[in-house]
Design a protein around this ligand. Structure first.
Ligand SMILES: Nc1ncnc2c1ncn2[C@@H]1O[C@H](COP(=O)(O)OP(=O)(O)OP(=O)(O)O)[C@@H](O)[C@H]1O
Ligand SMILES: [Mg+2]
Length: 497
């Protein structure tokens, strides 16, 4: 399969929360890419930082949050740095989110119909939308180049800062040698920043020239469109009025109606009217499987069942034609049959609209039917990531093994092995592998040092010292092995049949 475009990229994200007890280190250096059209599942126990990660993307973190590092790149913009206005546009427009509890994302005292049409009516200027569409590709190309440049320079700067601060911690202070070393590195950084800027600015300048040209053309096109529809409208109106002058009785009434229609028609060409927003809303309500949408349009959230409410929330997320859909445990509050229906709905919509999807859950059982790729999160870090097949058939991190052992058995519905112990207190996260004290595979080094990501394949990485060449060979738990064997057998039977 050809390499797909990256639509969203989270790099070295660090999120802390100020609390009376100290700083909660909720997200600790999280990086991942979301590819066009894929579903990336983020799994992990309660408190592992899944929601904080998705809220950081949506820009809806609590007030006591501190984003202490990293960036979130979407279409060449660092979402952590864009202006509020820009962010609002992206959030409302291109990235949609579905929450765990549908009630909390619906306004209880506003009719469903109004809630669904709201976002459409906010961005209702068709001429503006047309212009944005026309320049979008070139604008992204230009902004991506600038973002790449800034990220490269930032990353280098951070490396330098970390190096210097590590060095300064040394007992007895800096030696003359250290000072010279630092100076040299600072100079090297300066040179690097300069040459990176030169390299990218050349590219950026020519892309900007293309963009300016495109923008001119787009403006002209929009102007032409507006002039054309306005001229047509005027012509129609004067024709109708002329006929009205010679008409009387029912014919005149008919013409008056035509005139009204033409006025609405004209308005529709320039902006999205309430009527059109409603028509679209009803269409989307049908798409997400809400029966009798005309009747439902005028009802309040409390008149809907849990499953139907979640469908409404999905409908709202879809009205703005998002490119990315973030689903944060969208089925946890629902019972099992409804859960399956909502998952099916999300899968169908995702495919039909070619959305890129981040799907968050604590339940690996759900992941199997949804994910192209899986990121396993523990104590604010991604400890393993890979394709769905790699995580299910070739897991490497002891925490992933533990999660796999705890998936309820399909037949007995019982959890086979609960994960022993509890996640760490994130005010004092452990020094090394945070899972060490719950893992029977832990080695000395696990308590001392953070494991790096070891490469298992081009698409599969795990942060566990067990993958170090010096580590003793260990086998994954029997139960996990057994499950993999059974599901592989089932797969091959299915293929035979
Ligand atoms: N506003 C806040 N102030 C302090 N700590 C917070 C705040 N929000 C989240 N946290 C902490 O950040 C950590 C990660 O929380 P997060 O909500 O991301 O977990 P999660 O993985 O989504 O878990 P769950 O499966 O329960 O939804 C937790 O320790 C949580 O207590
Ligand atoms: Mg959560």
């Amino acid at each position: 399969m050809a390499e797909r475009d990256t639509v969203l990229s989270v790099n070295n994200l660090v999120v802390n929360f100020k609390t009376d007890n100290g700083l909660v280190q909720a997200v600790r250096d999280v990086s991942f890419d979301l590819k066009q059209g894929e579903t990336l599942c983020i799994v992990g126990e309660s408190g592992s930082g899944k929601s904080v990660t998705s809220k950081a993307i949506m820009g809806i973190l609590a007030n006591n949050a501190i984003i202490a590092g990293g960036n979130i790149i979407y279409r060449g913009e660092n979402l952590l740095e864009v202006s509020e206005e820009e962010f609002y546009k992206i959030r409302g427009h291109k990235i949609g989110m579905i929450f765990q509890d549908p009630l909390s994302s619906l306004n209880p005292i506003v009719k469903i119909g109004k809630q669904i049409t709201e976002a459409t009516l906010i961005n209702s200027d068709k001429l503006k939308l047309m212009y944005n569409d026309l320049i979008s590709d070139d604008l992204i190309r230009y902004k991506n180049t600038l973002a790449k440049m800034n990220i490269q320079i930032d990353t280098e700067k951070k490396k330098l800062d970390t190096y210097i601060s590590e060095l300064s911690k040394k007992e007895g202070g800096l030696t003359e040698e250290d000072k010279a070393d630092i100076k040299e590195r600072q100079a090297a950084f300066k040179t690097f920043a300069q040459s990176t800027k030169t390299e990218y600015m050349n590219q950026a300048r020519s892309l900007k020239a293309v963009l300016d040209q495109k923008s001119k053309e787009a403006k002209a096109q929009v102007k032409e469109y507006k002039a054309k529809v306005t001229a047509e409208h005027k012509q129609k109106v004067s024709a109708i009025k002329e006929r009205m002058g010679n008409a009387s009785g029912p014919e005149k009434e008919q013409l008056a109606k035509e005139l009204e229609e033409e006025k609405i028609n004209f308005k529709n060409k320039l902006s999205i009217t309430k009527a059109e927003a409603k028509r679209r809303a009803l269409e989307i309500m049908r798409e997400v499987g809400i029966p009798e949408p005309e009747k439902r349009f005028n009802q309040y959230p409390f008149e809907f069942s849990g499953g139907m409410r979640q469908r409404i929330v999905i409908a709202i997320a879809l009205t703005v034609s998002p490119e990315i859909l973030i689903c944060d445990e969208p089925t946890t509050a629902l019972d099992v049959t409804i859960q399956a229906q909502i998952l099916e709905l999300i899968n169908r919509i995702k495919a039909e609209r070619n959305l890129s999807c981040i799907f968050i859950t604590h339940d690996l059982g759900v992941v199997a039917n949804m994910a192209d790729r899986v990121a396993v999160m523990y104590a604010g870090k991604i400890v393993e990531y890979g394709t769905s097949d790699e995580i299910f058939y070739d897991p490497r991190h002891p925490y992933t093994w533990a999660l796999l052992s705890s998936i309820p058995d399909v037949d007995s519905k019982e959890k086979l092995e609960a994960i022993p112990g509890t996640p760490p207190n994130m005010i004092y996260p452990p020094k090394g592998d945070a899972f060490a004290n719950r893992s029977r595979y832990a080695m000395n080094i696990d308590y001392r040092e953070q494991p790096p990501y070891y490469k298992v394949s081009d698409t599969h990485y795990a942060a566990t010292w067990l993958l170090d060449p010096r580590a003793p060979k260990v086998e994954m738990p029997r139960i996990v092995k057994e499950r993999i064997r059974i599901s592989l057998e089932e797969d091959s039977h299915e293929q035979e049949n």
